[in-house]
Ligand binder design. Structure first.
Ligand SMILES: [Zn+2]
Ligand SMILES: [Zn+2]
Length: 312
């Protein structure tokens, strides 16, 4: 008996997924939970050695709030219009998104929409696949997709794809005052740290965790979606690119690592589509929907998923 998967017994003309065995389910859960255990270990380590709950609280709080600003605000709401919401909710998410220091929202959305239009073809701003063959070609591609593209001149830059965003006075306002939201992202942890600890060092400790450490980790998480999730991982759906679902990146990027699902259904608010594909950003959107704060939440139909599914 094959403990891993009964796929070999599954008729080749079937297009649905073979059922998971108990063993497969346990391994899948382990795969998902292991990186969380690592995170908990990191938190315990930091508490033991830092002895500073306030800084740690700022780190976790800012990683989540500002992270959702990027994943829910910049990406799913602004770039893909995957759901609808009140203006004040959009304002809140986009201001948090600005605090991530990944660029003003309109430019971010324009770059990202082009990534979907040209994905892994000429004109894609950050594909890892157009940089030669062999091991060096792969390494050059990974570097370009991870960080290099930010350092090279983008010949294709255009705001043609974001006319809808340029028409919104509120989005233009947030975009114009991008620098203000960045200053606030430093000023808030410094002020609270200073007020609670009573020293400038207390304020700077909060800035260290809420700005320096958070940006370091979050930038790598976002960049990994561009680099790793176009090279390493599994594919569930047909798409015209090399996008992959990667469980580790999905956890650190708050659900964005289910990237093959996302390229197959770009306007879906939900990226994790199988039961083990945990997508915390979708949990946020779904909670807002249940509270009546989000509507027109887009998800792929069962028929659409069957149509695009890669046969097991
Ligand atoms: Zn992609
Ligand atoms: Zn996208």
């Amino acid at each position: 008996m094959n403990l891993w998967s009964p796929a070999h017994e599954w008729a080749h003309d079937r297009h649905d997924e073979p059922p998971l065995t108990l063993f497969t389910s346990i391994v899948m859960w382990f795969t998902v939970l292991l990186p969380y255990a690592g995170l908990i270990a990191l938190v315990v380590f930091t508490i033991t050695f830092a002895q500073d709950w306030l800084s740690l609280g700022f780190f976790v709080g800012s990683y989540l709030c500002i992270g959702f600003g990027v994943t829910v605000g910049y990406h799913r709401l602004l770039a893909h219009r995957a759901f609808n919401t009140y203006r004040w909710v959009e304002l809140m998410f986009l201001i948090f998104g600005c605090m991530a220091m990944q660029g003003p929202p309109i430019r971010w959305a324009a770059t990202h929409r082009r990534h979907h239009q040209k994905s892994d073809h000429e004109g894609d701003p950050h594909s890892p696949h157009l940089h030669g063959t062999g091991a060096m070609g792969v390494l050059r591609g990974l570097w370009h997709a991870h960080t290099g593209w930010l350092l090279t001149k983008d010949a294709h830059r255009s705001f043609r794809s974001v006319k809808d965003l340029l028409e919104s006075p509120m989005i233009r306002f947030i975009d114009r005052y991008y620098w203000l939201w960045l200053i606030l992202s430093v000023l808030i942890p410094f002020s609270v740290g200073y007020a609670v600890r009573g020293t400038a060092m207390g304020g700077l400790a909060c800035v260290f965790w809420a700005v320096i450490v958070r940006i370091t980790l979050m930038h790598h998480a976002t960049w990994s979606v561009n680099s790793i999730c176009h090279v390493f991982g599994y594919r569930s759906f047909k798409s015209t690119d090399e996008s992959r679902n990667n469980p580790v990146i999905a956890i650190i990027s708050l659900g964005e690592g289910w990237h093959n699902n996302h390229h197959a259904f770009p306007t879906s608010a939900r990226h994790g589509l199988r039961w083990f594909e945990f997508d915390v950003s979708y949990v946020v959107i779904r909670t807002f929907e249940l509270l009546g704060l989000a509507w027109d939440v887009r998800r792929p139909s069962a028929h659409a998923m069957t149509e695009k599914a890669i046969a097991a």
